[in-house]
Design a protein around this ligand. Structure first.
Ligand code: PLP
Length: 457
């Protein structure tokens, strides 16, 4: 809740859950263990849970489990509750919409909220040109639709992606992921015409933006052939791959090459968009104006909604009826998304992301000076990670250290801090909090991380 009666200029947010960690049982606690047993009987074993504590309430940056333990949440449902858990304006907008209309199906009888979300997307995605959108339910569905639209527009079939990419768990997106395990292994056959090109990974390849782009383009021209390529799909900052920030210049050079060769370049901003990195979209950090932009995770404060937005002439290539789906652009999810956009427009959320970057990176730099398992610190805004290496290999072979990452995640969880891992080799610890996380909570979590690093021995 926001205190609007306060006479001060800046109303401090009021939380319904105290913003502090508190551990009152072993982790997981007895009620969570009971629920976990019930779950084992009826929930597919193919669905994992990083930390099997069952959550009863959440507010701001805090998760409360069924045993009364409180966790500082550095995962935000993998970058979904960017605006904060159960943020008051989102809750209000969704509750109001539930009273008015829950579903009609936009492709049968439309409603204003869908149009309003498309207007907001057109205004806030990069690029000054005329833009249009289609709304869908999930990130993977946005990727699928981006590829469909690019193929229809170009009349070509080929789809290029980058090494270390993650794009989802549907059939097409499984083929677009870099890592077989756990996303693809045994789930084939996969969609064809998908090509994996080298990326920009400055910590490991040491290449400038020019050189990394030349390598990517060389691969696309020799191995794929531009004339068969419909689209190149790129995360401006890779998410599951480990928060790799590409070298300066890399993305605009690829965009220029795509434009010259009639290839649609698509920004997968599903994890990095919606104020997460201190800009509406992370592409802005790199001077990249993509043809199409994919939005999902953070757009609706926790409700499922996703979008493909981009150049009107590309978005209009599909025949009427070619795009859509039963739940796409659900009115309640749209109402929540409008509240999220309005909060970003009205408030200090972009500056909050920059505050979080400063607090995290300065604290992590101090830890890096003391612990040589921290090989690299990278990211933007509230999307920051450390790459963890074997002791003593940081300046030379940079050998991945997934065991240390797992140990740190477990150490922190037992003390009430939820960290997520990432990285092609499970070698990255990522910080993906909501923008509601305070400097006090960040300092507290970094102290837990410091103790965990010391305990590695
Ligand atoms: C999470 C994610 C997806 C898939 O989104 P879902 O909603 O899980 O289908 C695609 N791309 C990126 C970059 C993601 O982080």
């Amino acid at each position: 809740m926001t205190d609007t009666t306060d006479a001060q200029d800046v109303a401090a947010p009021v939380y319904t859950v105290a913003q502090e960690r508190r551990i009152v049982t072993e982790i997981p606690g007895p009620r969570s263990r009971e629920l976990h047993e019930r779950r084992r009987a009826v929930v597919s074993g193919g669905v994992g849970s990083a930390l099997p504590v069952y959550i009863e309430r959440a507010n701001g940056a805090i998760l409360v489990d069924v045993d009364g333990n409180q966790f500082v949440d550095f995962g935000a449902g993998i970058g979904v509750t960017t605006i904060g858990h159960t943020e008051a304006s989102v809750v209000q907008a969704a509750a109001d919409q539930l009273q008015d209309v829950i579903h009609t199906l936009f492709t049968v009888t439309p409603y204003e909220e869908y149009v309003r979300v498309a207007e907001l997307l057109a205004r806030h995605t990069p690029g000054g040109w005329e833009k249009k959108s289609v709304l869908v339910n999930s990130g993977a569905e946005a990727v699928e639709n981006g590829v469909k639209i690019a193929r229809k527009h170009t009349g070509r079939r080929g789809v290029a992606v980058l090494d270390h990419a993650y794009h989802g768990r549907t059939n097409l997106t499984m083929a677009m992921n870099f890592k077989a395990n756990p996303y693809g292994a045994g789930f084939g056959p996969f969609a064809g015409d998908v090509y994996h090109a080298p990326s920009s990974y400055p910590y490991r390849d040491g290449l400038s933006g020019d050189d990394a782009a030349a390598r990517t383009i060389g691969y696309l021209e020799k191995i794929v052939g531009a004339e068969d390529l419909a689209c190149l799909v790129v995360e401006p900052i890779q998410g599951e791959g480990g928060f790799m920030v590409p070298a300066d210049g890399y993305l605009p050079i690829l965009q220029r090459w795509c434009t010259e060769h009639g290839v649609v370049m698509i920004a997968d901003e599903i994890q990095s968009g919606m104020a997460r990195t201190g800009r509406y979209y992370a592409s802005e950090h790199f001077g990249w104006e993509p043809d199409l932009v994919l939005t999902a995770k953070g757009i609706a404060g926790g409700l499922p909604l996703a979008a493909v937005t981009g150049r009107a002439e590309i978005m209009d290539a599909s025949h009427a009826g070619g795009l859509g789906g039963t739940f796409g652009g659900n009115p309640v999810a749209c109402a929540a998304a409008i509240a999220v956009f309005e909060a970003i427009e009205a408030g200090d959320l972009l500056a909050e992301a920059e505050r979080i970057e400063r607090a995290l990176t300065s604290g992590l730099e101090r830890l890096k000076a003391r612990y040589d398992v921290i090989g690299d610190i990278r990211g933007k805004g509230a999307m920051v990670a450390i790459e963890v290496v074997q002791p003593g290999t940081g300046d030379t072979t940079k050998q991945p250290n997934p065991d240390a990452v797992s140990a740190l995640v477990a150490y922190a969880a037992e003390r009430g801090v939820l960290f997520l891992n990432a990285g092609t080799w499970g070698n990255v610890l990522r910080f993906l909090p909501s923008l509601a996380v305070s400097d006090v909570l960040i300092a507290d979590a970094l102290q837990v991380l410091d103790d965990g690093l010391a305990a590695l021995g």
